[in-house]
Design a protein around this ligand. Sequence first.
Ligand code: IPD
Ligand code: CA
Ligand code: CA
Length: 259
Amino acid sequence: MISVDDFIKNAARQAGQIQKETYHKVKSWRTKSGRGDIVTEVDLACEKLLIDRIKAQYPKDAILSEEAGAIGIQSDAPVWIIDPLDGTRNYMAGIPFFCVSIGLVRSGVAEVGAVYDAIHDELFFARRGAGAFLNDEPIKITDENVLDDILISIAWVKRKVSRQRFVKYIDRLGDQTSYFRRLGSAALVSCYVACGRINAYLQAGLNPWDMAAGTLIIEEAGGVVTDFDGKPIDLREPNIEIVTAGHDLHSMLMRDVVE
Ligand code: IPD
Ligand code: CA
Ligand code: CA
């Protein structure tokens, strides 16, 4: 029998393969909550593949997936939280920054997670207590301890969050750095923080499927992930906000930037 770790890695790679093969070739899509919020035939094809595989392998487990919603959720059953294609807007625009994200979650906390960027063939993986990996090599968050010139991803979602808050954060950081990024895939940005490519990430208006794998991968890479009050993330919440960085930088962001 295949291990959970191999199952989640294989499933992520398989869905990623669909994304790679169909990149620049999407024919059908529709909008959801607004003009920029899109679901394509590829989101749905990846989702079907993942749900079918999970149901076949783990028929008693629950599933929460972006397009299909909740399937068989019970209070203490493990839940597979899926974002079949994170960064759909990038995918549609031809910007090669998107991924598939799968997390296995119990009581609001992820135990195993995988994020696959098929275009760059990068598979990020973590199991709680066993570390975080990029293509099977251990990864580590940066140990940055100054705000000066940090590379920071800041993002919010117009329909869910007051922009004034984030404009204030950018303003507070503006004397220290101008290396701001808004990359368009929350799961992949989280992995970039985990492997040290980006120093910190602030976002509000996220869904559990954006962050189920990403939070675990960051924590297992040695990072700190909290909400804007400094509390741990609960993946049962529908509207998630995160502040994440290495330990020292996270404390500085909480003290000097986020109130
Ligand atoms: C979105 C992306 C985006 C983030 C949004 C998400 P989607 O996911 O991760 O970066 O800002 O909050 O909804 O719609 O591409 O799966
Ligand atoms: Ca998403
Ligand atoms: Ca998605």
